[in-house]
Design a protein around this ligand. Structure first.
Ligand code: FAD
Ligand code: NAD
Length: 465
C-alpha cells in the first residue's frame, strides 16, 4: 500500500496549491482527482473559461461599437461562435496541462479516480478499471462545489442550464433568461448580450450583486442596462418549464403580480453548494453543517484532527484565491508553521465591463456597525486615461476611519478594476491610511490615479474633480 504524509482530495485551486505547498515543505504528497483533467471548477468550468469568453466577446463588442470612433474601419465583423468556444477550450486545456507540469515538477503523486474515506488514515480511490487504497497521515478535503438550484427547477442541462453548459453552448441564444443577478449571471449574461442575445436577469433581492457595496450594484446595473441587459430585481421566480425549444419562467414581481418570461435558454445561477457526495464523511464522523459545508475550526481543521478542509467546501466566499490562500495555510500548519489569513482582505471581483472590485467593509456594513468613517469618491470620467480609451463609466470609493484615517474598504467599478484592487489590498494589509496612499506617486496617465484621487477626496482635496 502506498503511504503519504499528506493526501489532497480534489485538484481545484485549493487542492493543487495545497499539494504544491506541502511538497515545497518536504512532505510526501498525493492528490486525487475524479476527472481526467486537473484544475477543478476554476480551470475547467469556472474562472478561466468564463474569462476567455468574456475577453472574446469584449473584442467583438469593441469592434462593432467602438472601432469606428477610434478611426478604425472594419467591415463585415462577424462572430464565429464555434471558433470562440474552441479557443476557450484550448485555453482551458493549456491551463490544465500547466497543473500536470506543476505536479510533476513538485514530485506529487497524482491519482485519477474518486476518493473516499475508509477510515481517518486510509482513502479508497476508485478509478474506471481499478481500485486501490492508500494510507495518509494527513488529508486535506478540497472537493469544491457544484451549481445549486431551486427546489422546483429541474436542470435539464439543455435548455435549463448552469454555468457549465453556458460555457459550451453550440449556438448563441436568442433570449437567455438568467435567474440570479450575482457574479455568474452577470458575467455570462454580458457574454451573450454582447454576442447578440436578448438577456433578462431576474433577481430575488432588490439589487444585483446584493452582497457588495450599494454603489457598485447601482453603477453596474446602470452600465449593463445601457448595454441592453434587462433587469427584474425584487422578482421571486415561482416556476420554470421546458416546453421543448422554449423555456417559460414565471416570477412574482415586487407587488406579488405574476410576470412571465419566455426564452430559448434559462441560465440558473443562484449560487453553488459544497460538494461532498460519496466522500464517506459519515465513515469517520466528520461534521458537516446545515449548508453542507465541512465544519472546521480557525485552522481549517475538521473535528478529526488529522483531516483539514479548504476552499468552496468550507465556509466563506467561494473564490479561487480564497481557496488558494487556505491551501497554503493548511500546508504550512501541517508543516508546523503558524500562518494566518485575514478574510476581511480577500478581494471580490466581477469581471463584467466595467469591472467591479471590492475589498474590506462596505459602506452599509460600516453604518450597521456604527463605525465613524469618512468617504472619498472619484469618477472615472474625470480621468485622462479613461477618456483616452473611452472607458469612462464607473468610480472608486474609499472608506476610511474618521479618527485614524485607516482605510476600511475600497470599492471600485471601471475599466481594469480587477487588477487595480490589488493596490487597495496591499495598502490595507499594511494598515495604510488614506493619506498614505494619497501621498504615494501614481504614474500618469493610469487608471490607478483614480485610487489616489479617491484617497485625496477622503480629505476633501481631490485634484481633478
Ligand atoms: P473546485 O475548483 O471545485 O475543485 C474541486 C475538485 O475536487 C474538482 O476537480 C472535483 O472534481 C474534485 N473532487 C470532488 N470530489 C472528489 C472526490 N471524492 N474524489 C476526487 N476528486 C474529487 N472564482 C474566482 O475567484 N474568480 C473567478 O473569476 C471565478 N469565476 C468563476 C466562474 C464560474 C462560471 C464558476 C462556476 C466559478 C467561478 N469562480 C471564480 C469560483 C471558483 O471556481 C471556485 O471558488 C474555486 O474553483 C474553488 O476551488 P476549490 O479548490 O475549493 O474547488
Ligand atoms: P451568487 O451568490 O454570486 O449569486 C446568486 C444570486 O442569485 C444572488 O444575487 C441571489 O440573491 C440570487 N438568487 C438566489 N435565489 C434566487 C431566486 N429564487 N430567484 C432569483 N434570484 C435568486 O452565485 P452565482 O452567481 O451562482 O455564483 C456562485 C459562486 O461562484 C459565487 O459564490 C461566486 O463567488 C463564485 N463565482 C465567482 C466569480 C468571480 O469571482 N468573478 C465568478 C463566477 C462565480
Amino acid at each position: 500500500m502506498s503511504t503519504f504524509d499528506v493526501t489532497v482530495i480534489g485538484s481545484g485551486p485549493g487542492g493543487y496549491v495545497a499539494a504544491i505547498r506541502c511538497a515545497q515543505l518536504g512532505l510526501k504528497t498525493a492528490i486525487i482527482e475524479k476527472y481526467n483533467t486537473l484544475g477543478g471548477t476554476c480551470l475547467n468550468v469556472g474562472c478561466i473559461p468564463s474569462k476567455a469568453l468574456l475577453d472574446s466577446s469584449h473584442h467583438y463588442h469593441d469592434a462593432i461599437n467602438h472601432f469606428e470612433k477610434h478611426g478604425i474601419e472594419a467591415s463585415n465583423v462577424k462572430v464565429n461562435f464555434k471558433q470562440m468556444i474552441d479557443r476557450k477550450a484550448e485555453v482551458v486545456s493549456q491551463t490544465c496541462s500547466g497543473i500536470d507540469f506543476l505536479m510533476d515538477k513538485n514530485k506529487i503523486t497524482v491519482f485519477k479516480g474518486f476518493g473516499s474515506f475508509k477510515d481517518a488514515t486510509h482513502i479508497n480511490i476508485d478509478a474506471e478499471n481499478n481500485s486501490e487504497t492508500i494510507e495518509s497521515k494527513y488529508t486535506i478535503i478540497a472537493t469544491g462545489s457544484k451549481p445549486s438550484t431551486l427546489p422546483f427547477i429541474k436542470l435539464d442541462k439543455k435548455r435549463v442550464i448552469t454555468s457549465t453548459e453556458a460555457l459550451s453552448l453550440t449556438e448563441i441564444p436568442k433570449h437567455m433568461v438568467v435567474i440570479g443577478g450575482g457574479v455568474i449571471g452577470l458575467e455570462l449574461g454580458q457574454v451573450y448580450k454582447r454576442l447578440g442575445s436578448e438577456v433578462s436577469v431576474i433577481e430575488y433581492m432588490p439589487k444585483i450583486i446584493p452582497t457588495m457595496d450599494g454603489m457598485l450594484s447601482k453603477e453596474l446595473q446602470k452600465s449593463l442596462k445601457k448595454q441592453g441587459i434587462k433587469f427584474y430585481t425584487g422578482h421571486k421566480v415561482s416556476s420554470v418549464a421546458n416546453n421543448g425549444n422554449e423555456v417559460v419562467i414565471t416570477a412574482d414581481d415586487k407587488k406579488g403580480n405574476p410576470v412571465e418570461f419566455k426564452g430559448d435558454y434559462c441560465l440558473v445561477s443562484v449560487g453553488r453548494r459544497p460538494y461532498t457526495d460519496k466522500l464517506g464523511l459519515e465513515n469517520i464522523g466528520i461534521k458537516v453543517n446545515e449548508r453542507g459545508q465541512v465544519e472546521t475550526n480557525d485552522h481549517l481543521q475538521t473535528n478529526i484532527s488529522n483531516i483539514y478542509a479548504i476552499g468552496d467546501v468550507v465556509k466563506g466566499a467561494m473564490l479561487a484565491h480564497k481557496a488558494e490562500e487556505e491551501g497554503t495555510m493548511v500546508a504550512e500548519i501541517i508543516a508546523g508553521q503558524k500562518p494566518h489569513i485575514d478574510y476581511n482582505l480577500i478581494p471580490g471581483v466581477v469581471y463584467t465591463w466595467p469591472e467591479v472590485a471590492s475589498v474590506g467593509k462596505t459602506e452599509e456594513q460600516l453604518k450597521e456597525s456604527g463605525v465613524n468613517y469618512k468617504a472619498g469618491s472619484f469618477p472615472m470620467r474625470a480621468l485622462g486615461r479613461a477618456r483616452a480609451s473611452m472607458d469612462i463609466d464607473g468610480q472608486i470609493k474609499v472608506l476610511a476611519d474618521a479618527e485614524t484615517d485607516e482605510i476600511l474598504g475600497v470599492h471600485m467599478i471601471g475599466a481594469r478594476a480587477a487588477d487595480m484592487i490589488a493596490e487597495a489590498v496591499i495598502a490595507m494589509e499594511f494598515r495604510a491610511s488614506s493619506e498614505d496612499v494619497a501621498r504615494s506617486s501614481h504614474a500618469h496617465p493610469t487608471y490607478t490615479e483614480a485610487i489616489k484621487e479617491a484617497c485625496l477626496a477622503v480629505a476633501g482635496r481631490a485634484i481633478h474633480s
